[in-house]
Write a protein that binds this ligand. Sequence first.
Ligand code: GDP
Ligand code: MG
Length: 351
Amino acid sequence: MGIFSFFKKKLGTAEQPSSETPGQATEADSPAVVATPDPEEPVQHLDNRLEKSRKRFASGILDFISGRRQVDEDLLEELESQLIMSDIGVPTASRIISAVRDTAKQSNDNTLRQQLREQLIDILRPCEVPLEIPDRSKPYVLLVVGVNGAGKTTTIGKIARQLQNGGKSVMLAAGDTFRAAAVEQLQTWGERNNIPVIAQESGADSASVIFDGLQSATARGIDVLIADTAGRLHTQSGLMDELAKVSRVIKKIDPEAPHETLLVLDGTTGQNGLSQAREFGDSVGVSGLAITKLDGTAKGGMVFTLADELKLPIRFIGVGEGIYDLRVFEAEDFVDALLGDTTPDGSPIAA
Ligand SMILES: Nc1nc2c(ncn2[C@@H]2O[C@H](COP(=O)(O)OP(=O)(O)O)[C@@H](O)[C@H]2O)c(=O)[nH]1
Ligand SMILES: [Mg+2]
């Protein structure tokens, strides 16, 4: 939770530029700023947010293990099916079971549960790589991609607000020019939060809007430019071409931009997210994931598949529609929220 409490102060927004001398190391320049909720905002415990997935895990997996004194091959096979039914894909479930098989046979239900917990954490741990905004890239360009409805614009709003709380100035570029409503959604959001939004009329060239955004952000000394993009054009290849063009065009200003291409995936789509991730990865390159809507789904198990198959950093998880319902992804927290940190009879699990 260190990152969450890292910055307590609300510093200048883009509309009220701070007077700090550029290049001087200040608290606000720390590269560790990732996402800082408002300190006054009550943060709901993650297990409440992941309740649906937790119920699936608890009733499917934990109830099933509970009370088994003998761990044998039949039980492991059945456990594998339970994992698959919790939206953990077949290859990932098989890997988990192979990993616990050798030691599991000497165990009882409680140790099996602990081994399972460790395996689940091991799968996620390599993906626990938070987004860091280094001082040197000004502005740091965060390009947000994903299919329509995945939660791009909402996630952008949440990230922007949390970065602002962490002392970073933020600008948004309304690169989803395909739908008029998308531009308005971003503009309204920006006005409410005092964050400048660069937009053109709908139907404009997305690459040109984002190019403008980058020029403007550079001129104004903004720390982070977040670019929204369309999720659907007339054809899928049209979309991928457009995103490739966005990348090409902004590289004319900064060859290192975009510094992050964040793919937003709808967590309620289960295994389908994997094919989306592969398609975006192949076409535009993806450097991090945000998995949204995990509050409304029992399919939280998909996070393990994504982690295991893609090995990409999971930067954030979306656990609600509110501005603070975006969490930095933490492997252990996530697993414990799904498993619950007590045994079915309510006693704490031995470490
Ligand atoms: N429950 C829930 N809803 C979300 C979350 N993230 C986004 N949404 C909702 O998903 C819908 C589509 O989001 P939007 O940001 O417009 O998607 P976009 O088309 O990818 O830009 C909106 O109704 C959002 O409020 C989340 O983490 N939890
Ligand atoms: Mg949108």
